[in-house]
Ligand binder design. Sequence first.
Ligand code: MRU
Length: 393
Amino acid sequence: MKDIFIFKSNKIDKIISINYNIWNKKLFNTYKKSLERNTNGVCLEGEVMPISTIEWHEGKVRLIDQTLLPNELKYIECDTVEELWEAIKSLRVRGAPAIGIAGALGAVLGIWKYQAKNFSEFNKKLIEVTDYLAASRPTAVNLFWALNRIKSVAEANKESDPLKLKYILLAEAQKIIEEDKAICRAIGRNGAELIKDGDSILTHCNAGGLATADYGTALAIIFSAHEQGKKISVFADETRPLLQGARLTTWELMQAGIEVTLICDNMSAQVMKEGRINCVIVGADRIAANGDTANKIGTYNVAILAKEHKIPFYVAAPTSTFDMSLATGDLIPIEQRNPEEITEGFGRRVAPPGVKVYNPAFDVTPARLIDAIITEKGIIRQPFTKNLIELFT
Ligand code: MRU
C-alpha cells in the first residue's frame, strides 16, 4: 500500500479537505491556501486534487484511510487485491455502500494484471478474486451485491476478448460509483421531507460521505435539509468500540457547518428524556425482506430508546442494501471482530490481559421499531413486508 498524500492537523478546526466532497467546498476554499506538502506528496500547496472516498486511479484503488481520521486525512493506494482486502477488513474503507464499491474495484484490481488466454481462464480468476473479497466482511450485503454485479457483467460479455473485458468491468465499477452518488442525493432529497426546521437529530455510527462514494445515506438527509435552509442540529453517538461517530460523523458535519454535539453511546436515553431529540436517523448494512435492519452495534439499543420516548426512528439506505432472499433479520450474518478492539482499541489497554470478550460488529433492529426506511426510490413505511415486495417487483 502506498501513501500518496497526507494532511495533518492537531486542531479539529484546522482539518484540511482537498476538494474532498462537494458539500465541503466552502471549507476547502477557506483552507486550501494552508495545504501542507507531505514528503511523499503529489499535491502542491493550493492545488485542488479531485478525489472521492474511493476511486480507481491508474491501475490502483485509491482511498481515504478512515482509520486515521480525524487526525490525518491520508489517501492510500492499493496495488493488489490483498492490500484492498486488508483495507476493507481493517476499516480503512468502511460503510456498506463504500464496501460495495471497494468490492467492485477490487474485483477489477484482481484481474487487471492477469493475462488470460480465453474467457474460461478469465472467469476462473475472476471467481477466485471475488470469492476472496467476499470473505473480508460478512454483514454488509452491498459487498456481495457489487461482486455479483461484476460477475454477471463478465458473463454477459463472455464473447469479448479478455483484455477488452477488463475495461468493460472497470466501466461497470465506475458506473456503480456514479450511481451511488446519484442514489445518495435522492435519499437525501426524499428524507429531507421528514425533517422540520429546528429539528434535532440523533445518529449512530457514520452513514456519511465516507461510507459511500460521497454524500452518505443518513447524513445525506441531514446535508440535504441543511442545504434547503432548515436549521438543524445533530447529536452523534460516539459508537464504541471503533468510534465512527466521534471520529467520522462529527468531522463530516463540522465541515458542512452543521451544529453537532458528540455524546457517549450510553447517554442517548438521558438526551431523549430531556426532550433534545426530534428523530433518529441511521444507515444500514443489510435489510431483510420484513424490514429487520442490521446496522452498527448499538443501533438496536437506540431504536428501543426511541420507541420508549415516542421519537420517530428512521433508516436510510439504498436499495442495494436490501437482501430480499432473507425473510427476517435472524438470518443476517453478524461479523465478529477482534477482541483487542475492545481491550486495547487505539493502542491503550483498558481491560486485564486474558479477559473474555464478545465483539459483534452489528446488531439487528426489529422492523417493528422502525417508522420508515428512506431509499432512493422513496420512503417505505409499515407494513414493510408488503411494501418491500411492491418496491422490488
Ligand atoms: O463497521 P462499519 O464502520 O463499516 O459499519 C458501518 C455502519 O454500520 C453504517 O451505519 C452502515 O454501513 C451504513 S453506511 C451508509
